[in-house]
Ligand binder design. Sequence first.
Ligand SMILES: [Ca+2]
Ligand SMILES: [Ca+2]
Length: 166
Amino acid sequence: MRKKSAFFTVLAVIFILLISCSENENPSAPALTPTLTPTPQNTPVFTPTIGMTPADVGGVIYHSAGMEGKQFFIYIDANDNIDDGYYHRYNNICGSNTFTAFSYHPPVYLNADLYVFGVVDNDYSGIPDTGDYAGFAGVSPPLNAPALPNTHIPSMSIIINTELYH
Ligand SMILES: [Ca+2]
Ligand SMILES: [Ca+2]
């Protein structure tokens, strides 16, 4: 009797193994949904620093539609020329809308009236150049540099409009 039940137990185990194997091999079984891996559109020059710490620089950069996935830069500078250096540069990726909100915590101490210059890197070159969209915070037209530093940092309400950079 004990032999018989042991035999049936072994049979049951083999049966279960066969079923589980055949299920795995059955082509009509529902396959696991593959995780789509989107092809990156560009590689950021620097690792984006999305604000997980309390932010003290923030606002919105406006850009035309279709900029999704392109990189934007926010420069904080003492003058209107980033070519001679700047205090800090932040970068992140544009969203699908016609504007992208940003907020971050610069690792440098800033408490002054400064220039804030935004650039959407339209050509993926990693630098502001012809064909990009750019503008200074708080001025119109956006590329009309303010005569004096016009944005007090820290600020969470920076508005940057952009226009074709040339
Ligand atoms: Ca400068
Ligand atoms: Ca560029």
